[in-house]
Design a protein around this ligand. Structure first.
Ligand code: PYC
Length: 312
């Protein structure tokens, strides 16, 4: 029986499961090489940890890795119900809460290496964590897409550590009651991007769709709904999605360095964001809180027909 030790947390309602023991050995390469090894050779392990019956489509997993860069304190590879992710903002906040729970980090700053770059995290003394993310940018603005059974939308293609298509849809109802409709529309937009061969500048799939509407909280600037690559919606405002939004706001002249943007999620949780400019690049910082929800050991019994998860 294989044993995998995990710590679960949530960040603004979005769960993170950090594997602290029992993960596969991904070698000594760079974090993006190790992510590719994980994708190629350990898909069954990924599914066993994240998918039903042990997990669910909403969970984001995190493998704690030795960093490749000697500047960094820790390395991490995030993954979801269909494969590895490039980066994950809410997951990085959950990772810091987990490391604090384990007594492995103290209040202060810690550099974390991800497959797409180094992020600087700051653990505050009130459960809050700031993540100074990788450089973020809008690759293309106002991209026109005809979406069957919805209409024509104009969206921004932006990078915040993952690829996003950001669309203002103020006429939709941004409430938990309306999640099915928001999900259906987001899927239609994603399919329309695919069928129109609209990709990132490097040809990568734009696999996160982000819709924006008016906030419910008085002190928030906007509310979002994010459809993640595997079909679940983000319960948090999404760290990489908020970073992409901040980059677009800055490109439009609507957010100056140091100004605060409060991004509300569909569940009502809030990330606070701002940007700074370094060598002409936009560097977003997002701040949110995470709470530990569980610790335990997963048991992987090869005789169990669903040992490696129910395929999604
Ligand atoms: O917080 O960056 C994020 C994220 C990506 C997917 C789910 N959450």
């Amino acid at each position: 029986m294989k044993k995998v030790r995990i710590i679960d947390s949530h960040t603004g309602g979005e769960p993170t499961r950090v594997v602290i023991e029992g993960a596969p050995d991904l070698g000594e390469g760079s974090l993006d090489e190790r992510r590719d090894v994980f994708r190629r050779n350990h898909n069954a392990f990924r599914a066993a940890v994240i998918n039903e019956p042990r997990g669910n489509d909403v969970l984001i997993g995190a493998l704690l890795e030795k960093p490749h860069s000697d500047q960094c304190d820790h390395g991490v590879i995030f993954f979801n119900n269909i494969g590895p992710l490039n980066m994950c903002g809410h997951g990085t906040i959950g990772l810091l809460a987990t490391l604090r729970h384990l007594g492995r980090v103290e209040i202060g700053s810690h550099l974390i290496e991800t497959p797409v770059g180094i992020v600087k995290t700051t653990l505050h003394n009130d459960n809050e964590v700031s993540v100074r993310n990788v450089p973020s940018y809008r690759a293309k603005g106002k991209v026109k897409v005809k979406v069957p059974d919805f209409g024509t939308v104009h969206g921004d293609i932006a990078w915040g550590g993952n690829w996003f298509f950001l669309v203002e849809t103020p006429d939709l109802e941004f409430s938990l009651k309306n999640v099915d409709e928001l999900t259906a529309i987001s899927w239609r937009i994603r399919r329309a991007l695919e069928s129109n061969k609209i990709t990132s500048p490097t040809g990568a799939e734009i696999d996160h769709i982000e819709l924006f509407g008016p906030p419910a909280h008085l002190d928030a600037h906007s509310k979002n709904f994010i459809l993640c690559p595997g079909g679940a919606y983000d319960r948090s405002p999404c760290g990489t999605g908020t970073s992409a939004k901040l980059a677009c706001l800055h490109a439009d002249g609507k957010l100056q360095p140091g100004e605060i943007w409060r991004q509300e999620s569909i569940t009502g949780s809030i990330f606070e964001g701002s940007v700074e400019i370094e060598h002409t690049q936009v560097i977003p910082t997002i701040k949110g809180s995470a709470f530990i929800t569980g610790e335990g050991t997963l048991l992987l019994d090869e005789n169990d027909p669903f040992c490696w998860g129910i395929p999604t």
